[in-house]
Design a protein around this ligand. Structure first.
Ligand code: IDP
Ligand code: MG
Length: 153
């Protein structure tokens, strides 16, 4: 059963530095998703360690945190039908060499440690990530003008 969900999508420092911000936002807009939160941020080490806490025992964890601290990131929440699973599909596989062409990682990346964009992996994870990144500011609520041309009545 497909449901309306929110997912946390984050353009990583390499995506920002390579000028892919507009491109990545455009893909989510054109797919029909609704942008409900957006900011450019330079998160602290602690904040990133919290975001990636499930990976803290991995050997690549220190490099992952260093990578994520190498420049600002773009933090977004996108809302719509099956947004979490569809967002992951739009991102492609974690390792860009295994990502299909047509996906963000499959079109713009080659290595797992420079894979351009993050997306929540489950609805529960998305809720926690949205709280971590936008808990203070909150999420916007509005009706998207195009929604009646994206969703059946
Ligand atoms: P995901 O981003 O596709 O959800 P995760 O397994 O949650 O993948 O890993 C989080 C991030 O950690 C990846 O996007 C990637 O940047 C980095 N990462 C994952 N596995 C490796 C690895 O084997 N070497 C280096 N970095 C990795
Ligand atoms: Mg993950």
């Amino acid at each position: 059963m497909s449901t309306t969900e929110q997912t946390y999508i984050m353009i990583k420092p390499d995506g920002v530095q390579r000028g892919l911000v507009g491109e990545i936002i455009a893909r989510f807009e054109k797919r029909g998703f609704k942008l409900v939160a957006l900011k450019l941020a330079t998160p602290s080490k602690e904040h990133l360690e919290e975001h990636y806490k499930d990976l803290s025992s991995k050997p690549f964890f220190p490099r992952l945190i260093e990578y994520m601290m190498s420049g600002p990131v773009v933090c977004m929440v996108w809302e719509g039908l099956d947004a979490v699973k569809t967002g992951r599909a739009m991102l492609g596989a974690t390792n860009p060499l295994a990502s299909n062409p047509g996906t963000i990682r499959g079109d713009y990346a080659l290595q797992v440690g420079m894979n351009v964009c993050h997306g929540s992996d489950a609805v529960e994870t998305a809720k926690a990530e949205i709280e971590l990144w936008f808990g203070k500011e909150g999420i916007n609520q509005y009706k998207l003008a195009s929604s009646s041309w994206v969703y059946e009545a």
